[in-house]
Ligand binder design. Sequence first.
Ligand SMILES: Nc1nc2c(ncn2[C@@H]2O[C@H](COP(=O)(O)OP(=O)(O)OP(=O)(O)O)[C@@H](O)[C@H]2O)c(=O)[nH]1
Ligand SMILES: [Mg+2]
Length: 303
Amino acid sequence: MQKRETSRSRVRAVPFLDVTTKDSLKYSMQINRGCVEIFDKIKKKQLGVVSVLGGEKSGKSLLANRLCKTMRGMEEERKGRGVAVMEQPVKLGDEEAVLVLETFGMHFQRDSKEIEEKVLALVLLLSSTLVFNCCASESLEHQLQALGRLLDLPNQMVVDGAENNEALLLKEMPRLIIVLRDFSGGQSKAEDTVRACLENRDAQGHRCRLLRRIGRYFPDYKVLAMVKPVGQTSRLQKIFNETWEDLRPEFREDMKALETLAFTGPKKVLGNCLDGTLFSHLVQQYLDCLNSNQPPNIKARFQ
Ligand SMILES: Nc1nc2c(ncn2[C@@H]2O[C@H](COP(=O)(O)OP(=O)(O)OP(=O)(O)O)[C@@H](O)[C@H]2O)c(=O)[nH]1
Ligand SMILES: [Mg+2]
């Protein structure tokens, strides 16, 4: 008989990145020491990295947990801001593993732009897939603008010795999946909704530029509509106590579609597949650059 997954089957999440504030303007980011064991597990594996981000309380952790086939783990309350990682990498065959990350405490507001830009730059550089989670109860345009506001690639990272830096950077971008939560209108309506928003002909000036950045930096972005995991509000509020089997079958199907879109092979950096050993070196070197206000240099990681 197939084992029923209980709400207690859980994987822990640990801080991946600690963001410390030196004073109101200076931040520094470090790898959390608790990650050493995780990096050890994946040393020799080809590595995919799936990062879930989006506004606060938008349902990110449910996605991160489910990508790791558990109901619990990532949702634990965290203070401050940064990035957390699911302790147990997802195993895809003998050779490949996927780390699942989630950003937290990202407000996507103007006043927190600098540190959030740095967190986003790091996540962009490390991820093979970015899942941008959009909440149905808020304006889609505002949520996508918030992402666009943090994207400023040519100033955020460089490819060594590149004359046309932006064109080269585009090749290093992860796959972007825009998830519309609580969306019951179906997949093609969701795709139309996002396209209409990103190409919004009424949006003027700066607003328009922020939206256009998404299509420019992620021309192959995917959209995924996801329905509510349960119908009743009282159950939604305690979603992490639910068992997987008791969630709506449509939601479980949507989750499978997310896995298919998200798990698409190892991360490549300048055409080279990333393994666990290289990954931990990269994280440290990118952080060194960011902490000294330098844009991370992609080619230098392989020298
Ligand atoms: N309507 C709706 N609510 C959800 C869904 N998933 C989660 N929630 C609710 O949203 C709350 C927050 O969910 P999380 O998954 O922790 O959201 P989050 O974005 O990870 O939150 P932070 O990491 O604290 O920013 C949960 O307690 C649920 O009540 C969903 O698909 N639809
Ligand atoms: Mg969360």
